[in-house]
Design a protein around this ligand. Structure first.
Ligand code: ZN
Length: 397
């Protein structure tokens, strides 16, 4: 058996912290050296990439993706399709955490787990949440706690919907119970054990989560609400949630076109930062594969799109280019922060002993040109070179 090896030479590295101009060497799936003047070991089959002016950064960690599809609001023909390997890799996502969504009846956590395993076999890193929107939620083993403790890829419970007509309107006591199940499963299983909460358009906003903190001893940092940029008023509540020590997740698939109150994730992150929210409390996720309904001004369903995995990198790039964030800050929201929040081992950073999940990016255009996932080149000079089992080569864009 030949051992494969990838060497990137002379890149401007971001771990996401700045590394300066470096060479980075991976043998098999792992980073074994970071330094200057590195050479591949003579016994390995090596691919050497001359970085030129490109920057080298960690592969993106997307903590909220409908890997096995989602949606279905509007009827069965609006059930969104599964994502393929290159849907993710061509946009720089090398770690994805799967969620189920609204429909926990015709879709199941077991199906999501199988899909996550398939993508891992195909070459990226995957995890999942157990559960669906409803608080009387869906599991594999019959118990949320047992799922988190016993099922290898389950990192927590979610997405449980609050303030959304599609959810079950859980009481603060129910939310506390779900957070407890997630947390104890996590403690015993050595996982993050987070409760991941979908916050809908309803006027109650983050109210149910604040009420939960009043009645139960739930550590706020183990409850991760998402879609917080869907309304400006919700962002204001998010500042208060952060002041209580809670983490905030922004959805990159939400744009100003989603309604008069919607805020793009880049604008929202910049605004939160100016309000004094620490960067370590913020993450970005795409919500890719979920349905993105568009309503007419009088509230009628006009069309249903599908959230795109491209949005995650687009927002990192917007933070860098439009909002002038330093690379390390913009990158952290979609690499090291989500990895840390969900305690995903050995991803989200460029470091010796970590997985070789890398992007090489043109710093002028923001284009992702090379993607390495678990030590294998999956996108070369802008084009995917590794495809999912049933993907049509060259399809998509
Ligand atoms: Zn959601």
């Amino acid at each position: 058996m030949t051992v494969s090896c990838v060497l990137v030479r002379g890149a401007q590295g971001y771990a996401p912290e700045p590394l300066g101009y470096v060479d980075v060497l991976a043998v098999g799936e792992w980073v074994v050296a970071i330094g200057r003047g590195l050479t591949p070991p003579p016994w390995a089959k090596a691919e050497v990439i001359e970085a030129g002016e490109r920057i080298l950064c960690p592969g993106l960690v997307d903590l909220h993706v409908h890997l096995a599809g989602g949606g279905g609001e509007g009827g069965p023909r609006f059930r969104t399709p599964e994502l393929t390997l290159t849907d993710l890799t061509r946009h720089g996502i090398t770690t994805a955490v799967g969620v189920l969504g609204t429909d926990g009846t015709t879709r199941s956590v077991a199906e999501l787990l199988a899909k996550a395993r398939a993508l891992a076999d195909e070459g990226i890193t995957t995890w999942i949440y157990t559960g669906a929107y409803s608080a009387a939620t869906r599991t594999i083993t019959g118990s949320l706690r047992d799922d988190v403790l016993l099922v290898d890829r389950v990192v927590g419970v979610g997405e449980i919907a609050v303030s959304d007509f599609r959810g079950s309107h859980p009481s603060e006591r129910e939310l506390a119970r779900l957070a407890g199940e997630a947390r104890v499963g996590g403690l015993l299983g050595g996982k993050a054990g987070v409760l991941h909460v979908h916050v809908g358009d309803g006027p109650a906003g983050l109210g149910p989560l604040f009420s939960m903190l009043e009645i139960a001893d739930v550590p706020s940092d183990s409850v991760l609400p998402t879609h917080l940029n869907r309304r400006r008023a919700l962002l204001e509540e998010a500042v208060r949630w952060a002041a209580r020590g809670g983490p905030l997740d922004l959805t990159t698939g939400i744009t100003e076109e989603d309604g008069p109150e919607a805020v793009s994730a880049a604008a929202a992150a910049d605004w939160l930062r100016n309000q004094g929210v620490s960067l370590g409390q913020m993450t970005l996720s795409s919500d890719a594969g979920g349905s993105a309904p568009r309503f007419s001004p009088n509230g009628e369903l006009e069309a249903v799109g599908v959230g795109s995995p491209a949005s995650l990198w687009e927002v990192v790039w917007a933070l860098r280019r439009q909002y002038r964030w330093p690379w390390e800050a913009a990158l952290a929201l979609a690499t090291s922060n989500p990895a840390q929040r969900l305690r995903l081992p050995r991803v989200g950073r460029i470091a010796v002993g970590h997985q070789a999940d890398w992007l090489l990016v043109d710093p002028e255009s923001g284009r992702i040109e090379w993607v390495v996932a678990r030590g294998r080149v999956v996108v070369r000079a802008g084009s995917p070179v590794v495809w999912g089992t049933f993907e049509k080569r060259g399809a998509g864009g």
